[in-house]
Structure formats: C-alpha cells, structure tokens
Design a protein around this ligand. Structure first.
Ligand code: 3H9
Length: 694
C-alpha cells in the first residue's frame, strides 16, 4: 500500500508510504482520498494528520507519470488538495526531511502545518522545465509572502524549514517527535469549532506587488534565455496577485499543461533521471559491498593532480600528494592555496576553512607515504612507459585492497592494469579540467576491474559531488571518442567553405557553451595535433583534413601562445577572427582542389551534432556505454552540450531517428562520406520507429 491509515488518540494518521520519496503517483493520491473519507466517516476521529514515512514527507508529483494517462487519472493532485482543503475535520500536515513540489502543495492545502527543523522546503518544478501545477504559485505567496515565494518558485531552490519558521507557512515547529507533536496539535485544533483556515483565503500582502513582479521579470528574462518555465512562473504568480486565487489557479494550470509538453522540460527531466541512472551499473547490484575510503593518495601535483586532490579535501578526506621534485610539489601546493584564496575573496569559503583544507594535504616525495591510502589516483604524464613506472611502484607500496586509479584520458586501462599483479583493483578515473570545478567523472571499467571497486568509486563520486558515468575501455572513452568525430567534421567544413568564427557562432547559437575552434584554442591546439599524429600511424586510412596541422606548424597553439584559430591580445581571452588564419584556410582549400561553397549554419550544426550521435550509437552497440542517457550525461556535464536539448542522444530522439538517418545518408553522398555510414543501431531504431531512449 502506498498509504497507511491508522488512528491514534482520536486522530486519524494518514502515512504516505511510497518509497523512495513518497511521490504522489496515482495509488498514493487514491490512498490519501480514501484515508480522508474513512476519517470523515469515523465519529471517534476529530482531526487528521498527514505524514510521510521514510526519508521524506513527499518529493512531489511522480515525475515518471508525466505525459502518461496516470498523471491525469482521478484523483489528480488537484482533486486530492480540494478534498483536503474541503475536509470538515481539520487536516494537519506533519513535515520532515523533504516537502517539495506537489508535496509542499499538498501541505499548503492542509489547514495547519507542523514541521521539524532541517526539512528542505521547495517548489523545484522550474528545474524540470515546468511550474508548480497544483496551486503552489497561488498558495505559497499567501503563506510566506510574495518576495520569498517568488524567489523560491523561480529558483526552485530549497529553503530549510527553520528559516521559514516565522512565516505563515508553519503553525508549529516540532522540537521532539514529529508525529507525537502533530497528533497533539491535531487534538487541540480538532477540539475547536470550524471552519478551519485555508491558505487560499489569505491575502497576498505587498506594498508594491506589481512593481516587484516587474522587477523580478526584468531580472529573470536575461537569465532564463532558452528556458520558458521561469517567466511562466512569474506570469502565474502575477495572475494570482491581480486576478485572485481562482483565476490564478486557472492561469497556472494553463501554463503547466503547456510547459510539460515542451522539449525543454523533456530534456530537464531526462537529465534528472539520467544523472540518477548513471550511478546504476547493470551487473553491479546496489547491494554490492563497498571498500572503505578514508585516505586518498594523488600522484602528480600539476594542474590535474592538484584539482583532483581538492575534490577529496573539499569532502573532508585527507590526501597525500606525491611529486618527484620538491619544487613541483611546492608549486602544486601554492596553486591549490591560490584557488582556495580566490574562493575566500569571492566569499565562498572562510579563511579558517581554507587552512583546514590545506591541513588535510600531506605533501611528499616518497612513494612509501602512500602505503596508508585506500585509493591512489595517478595524474602523471600521458605516456604508457611513465604509467608503467608508476603502477609497478604502486603495486609494491600500496596496501592490500587499495584501489589504484589512473586519470588517463587516452591510454588503455587494461594495459595499465597489467602493470600490476592486482588488475582487479585498477580502474580509470578520468577527471575533466579544471578537476575541482567540472562535474563529470568518467569511470573507466577495465576488463578485470572488480565490481566492488566500481561500486566504491561510484559511491565516492557522489561524495565529491561528481556525476560519474561508467565507460568501457576504448580509445578516448565516451566523451573524447565522440568529440574526435565532431572535430573532424569541423575541420572538413573549414576545407569545404566555412571559417572558424562561422562554425563557432552557429554551434554556440544552437546552445553549446563554446564552439570547436574557441574550445581548441583554450585547450591548446598542440593536444589535438599529438592525437592526430598518433591516428595517422594507427589508422592510416581514416581521412582527416590537414588544415589544423598546418595551423600548428606555424606555432599557433591557441590562447597559451597568444594565437590559434583566432588572434588574442595580451592578457585577454577574447577571440578575434584572424585574417592570417582565414587566408590560410582559403589557400589550403585551393591547394586541395576544393571549390569553396557557402555552408549554412543549419548544415554546420547538423553535421557537428550528428557526428556525435553516430559515434554515440557505435559506443552503445559496443557496450562501451550501457545506456544512451549515460552518453547524454557525459555531454551535458563535461562538454557544454546545451542542457535544454538534453544531450546528443536525446536530441537525436527529438529530431527522430528516421530523419537522423536520412541526413547521414545525404552527407555520405558528399565529400568525406566515409564518416557518415550510419551506425547499425541508428538504422535499426529508425526502422522500428524508436529512439535511443525509448
Ligand atoms: C511536481 O510536483 C508537479 C506538481 O507541482 C504538479 C502536479 C500536477 N518522482 O535524488 P535521489 C526518485 S513535479 C519520481 O537520489 P536524494 C529518484 O529518481 C516534482 N521519482 O535521492 C530516485 O530514484 P532511483 C517536483 C522521484 O535523497 C530516488 O527517488 N519535485 C521523484 O538525494 C531517490 O532520489 C521534485 O522535482 C519524483 N518527484 O534526494 C523533486 N523524486 O532510486 C525531485 C525523486 O530509482 N527530487 N525520485 O534512482 C529531488 O530533488 C530529490 O530526489 C530529493 C531526494 C531531494 C527528493
């Protein structure tokens, strides 16, 4: 049963019992109404308490029901709240841990609310591309005031219950057992004669409501950009202020119905579930035991190693940081300190915390000092010989059961594991630069990596607030393997007729944080050059435009040399289109016998994104990623793919795989067509009328 019904000292207790978060799916909604009817019919009951079992009062409407018949099957949440509000016997919501979305809306429909401290109170619908659709935009301003409510609704951010204690939201803050106090409170109000207060009957008090709403709209408009929900939230609240509760609810309803169908909402819900799904590995059950990680070792105090160390220190885990030379160690520590100091300057960290964090780092030059570490991550030079030295050494010094991780972005984790006598303890942990900032962590599963090592690393990733995605072993893993095809297309297009600024502009307009050429200039064009040189050896038949090599031969490595695809002024990262480079590109086309043509922005976007999609499909076919949403999470959290499009694989689903395949065949007929052979997975799904995520 999703809802339990009991009575206690003359009070009916309706307990939401729908783990994990008491989502208000159909059976829960039905259970609440049945409980309320039972309580009305029982003459010995004077009042009703609604409480949540487990780790939440309620996390809100069941998001998995959206756009399915169950979402609108009666009793809808609207009906439930109407029954609660219309109850002749007073209803008390008893809130602990989490009251979010529809959960908070349900509580707002009750006549009284009792809460424990430490509960997260939120209307987070906007983060799913929708707005509160069960009266939240109307009742919350009447409970906590217009300004607080609008901030909560537009940001979706949780506020702790104790912070709202002085508002009209809570009638009593429980100091002891929540149920005991809620029952006592219910007995008291049950003894009073009705009618009992309804939030809907309160007024929205504000000295200049219209002015404040306009102020909020002006602030939100530039931030909301590609997300329609935030402005709709304001519209709904405004309707309530100007037209009253019932008309406000009608506007809210209209906005909800429209928003829930939008691609932006679909993308945001996809990302919500994708993030949670990424931590689930098909053959590693959640019951898999995990190893204790109490001390971490990091080898290499360069930019990467330092950033990696900061993640653990931020989570309170002590780190032993190893370098080969004292000078490098000191430089690394100074960089870490500088990063923390900049956080202090911005007010994000206190000076005490800075010192506490620095004190968690033990610098060393001796491998023996790693013998206590439960996890050791190397971030040394990307060369197999260097990795061999490191892992052979680790095999000697690391304690039994320690996890040995490589931060490699390009090398074969199986080969690295084979440098030890314990390949089952070896795993890839591919952090993205800057490692203390970027959310993505690719966890590379070697052929022999044991399941408990994987389970441990996935759990640890949550602790250090990373989105971890498992990748099998292949060149470039998920992210870099796909980006290589994207970059190949970008270069082909330069050769065929586009210029760097046009390509970047088109793809940035599509929503990417940064186009391929600005990105290469930032990362360093020499990095791609080194990869291509390796490719020319390994895959001599694979076609590449040599235009980027030409650029590198002139020493234009990007921002670090003050010149790359763009020109840069000293101390300024602004990319200025370069006449020299543009002329070089045009000359190169001529040399290759290519007649340059006008390439449309649509073609640029289509070729870049579909290149990702086709490689993503191959990655799924080969089992490198276990599900399409994992690939999307990699692109959303590590490569600046626009969140409102949900990642390349969801984008392909939105376009439709039939159309995707047709576009690939069209490009296959053009120059460099070999890149466009549709992956078998694309063809199969297109034929079946399905998508990657269906
Ligand atoms: C809404 O209410 C609309 C109404 O206004 C109008 C209706 C007409 N539904 O995050 P966790 C699952 S919209 C379904 O790892 P935590 C989640 O997928 C809703 N499932 O735990 C995961 O499943 P699994 C507005 C949900 O303790 C499991 O619960 N509400 C829902 O770190 C554990 O989740 C929100 O947007 C849901 N509503 O955090 C709240 N919520 O185990 C969204 C969670 O299979 N939820 N699940 O992977 C959250 O912010 C967090 O989940 C919460 C718990 C803070 C509740």
């Amino acid at each position: 049963m999703a809802v339990d019904y009991t009575t206690r000292d003359g009070i009916a207790v309706i307990t939401l019992n729908n783990p994990p978060v008491n989502g208000l799916g159909f059976s829960t909604r039905l259970g609440i109404v049945e409980g309320l009817e039972k309580a009305q019919a029982d003459a010995s009951v004077s009042a009703i308490v609604i409480i949540g079992a487990g780790k939440a009062f309620s996390g809100g409407a069941d998001i998995t029901e959206f756009n399915t018949p169950k979402a609108t099957q009666e009793p809808t949440l609207h009906t439930v709240i109407k029954v609660v509000e219309g109850s002749a016997k007073p209803v008390v919501a008893a809130i602990h841990s989490v009251a979010m979305g529809g959960g908070l809306e349900l509580a707002l429909g009750a006549h009284y609310r009792v809460a424990s401290a430490g509960a997260q109170i939120a209307l987070p619908e906007v983060k799913l591309g929708i707005l509160p659709g069960a009266g939240g935009t109307q009742r919350l301003p009447r409970a906590v005031g217009l300004e607080t409510a609008l901030n909560m609704i537009v940001s979706g951010a949780p506020v702790m219950s104790e912070k709202l204690a002085g508002t009209g939201l809570f009638d009593h803050m429980a100091q002891g057992d929540l149920l005991d106090e809620a029952v006592k409170f219910a007995q008291k109000v049950g003894a009073q004669s009705g009618p009992h207060p309804k939030v809907r009957d309160r007024k929205i008090e504000h000295p200049n409501a219209e002015g404040f709403i306009q102020f909020a709209r002006n602030g939100v408009t530039p931030l909301a950009k590609n997300f329609p929900a935030p402005l709709k939230c304001i519209d709904a609240v405004e309707a309530g202020v100007k037209l009253g509760f019932d008309k406000g609810v009608a506007v809210e309803r209209e906005c909800f119905v429209a928003l829930v169908q939008t691609p932006e909402s679909r993308a945001l819900r996809h990302a919500f579930f994708g993030e949670r799904a990424a931590s689930k590995i098909p053959d590693v059950p959640s019951s898999t035991p995990v190893r204790k990680i109490e001390r971490v070792g990091v080898i290499g105090a360069g930019t990467m190693g330092g950033g990696i160390a900061m993640n653990f220190v931020n989570a309170g885990l002590p780190v032993t940081l190893l370098e080969t030379k004292q000078e490098a160690l000191e430089r690394g520590l100074a960089t870490i300190r500088k990063n923390y100091e900049s956080a202090v300057k911005k007010g994000r960290l206190t000076a005490e915390k800075l010192e506490e964090r620095m004190a968690l780092i033990t610098p060393t030059l001796a491998y023996e000092d790693l013998k206590e570490a439960d996890l050791i991550i190397e971030a040394v030079f990307e060369e197999l010989g260097v990795k061999e030295q490191v892992f052979s050494k680790l095999d000697q010094v690391a304690k039994k059961g320690a996890i040995l991780a490589s931060n490699t972005s390009t090398l074969d984790v199986n080969k690295i594991a084979a440098f030890t006598k314990r390949p089952e303890d070896v795993v890839g942990m591919h952090f993205f630069s800057p490692a203390n900032v970027m959310k993505l962590l690719e966890v590379v599963r070697g052929a022999k990596t044991s399941k408990d090592v994987l389970a441990t690393v996935m759990q640890l990733a949550k602790k250090i607030k990373k989105t971890a995605v498992v990748s099998g072993v292949c060149d470039g893993f998920i992210g870099n393997r796909m980006i290589e095809q994207y970059l190949r297309q970008a270069l082909f297009m330069l050769e065929e007729g586009a210029l760097p600024a046009q390509v970047d502009r088109a793809v940035e307009k599509f929503g990417f944080a940064m186009g391929p050429f600005r990105m290469s200039d930032l990362a360093g064009n020499d990095i791609g050059w080194a990869i291509r040189k390796r490719r020319y050896q390994e895959k001599p038949d694979l076609k590449y435009s040599k235009i980027a090599d030409r650029l590198c031969e002139t020493g234009r490595f990007g921002q670090k040399t003050g010149a790359g695809w763009y020109d840069y002024k000293a101390g300024d990262r602004t990319a200025h289109p370069s006449k020299i480079v543009d002329e070089m590109i045009v000359a190169y086309s001529k040399e290759q016998g290519v007649t340059r043509r006008k390439i449309s922005d649509d073609e640029i976007v289509e070729r870049l994104v579909l290149a990702l999609v086709n490689e993503g499909a191959l990655i799924l076919e080969e089992g490198i990623a276990s599900k399409a949403s994992d690939i999307d999470m990699v692109y959303l959290t590590g490569y600046g793919f626009p969140l409102y499009r949900g990642g390349p694989m969801l984008y392909a689903d939105t376009v439709g795989l039939y159309n995707v395949e047709r576009a690939m065949r069209k490009y296959a007929a053009q120059t460099n067509g070999e890149a466009w052979k549709p992956a078998a997975r694309v063809t199969e799904l297109a034929a079946e009328g399905r998508g990657f995520n269906s």
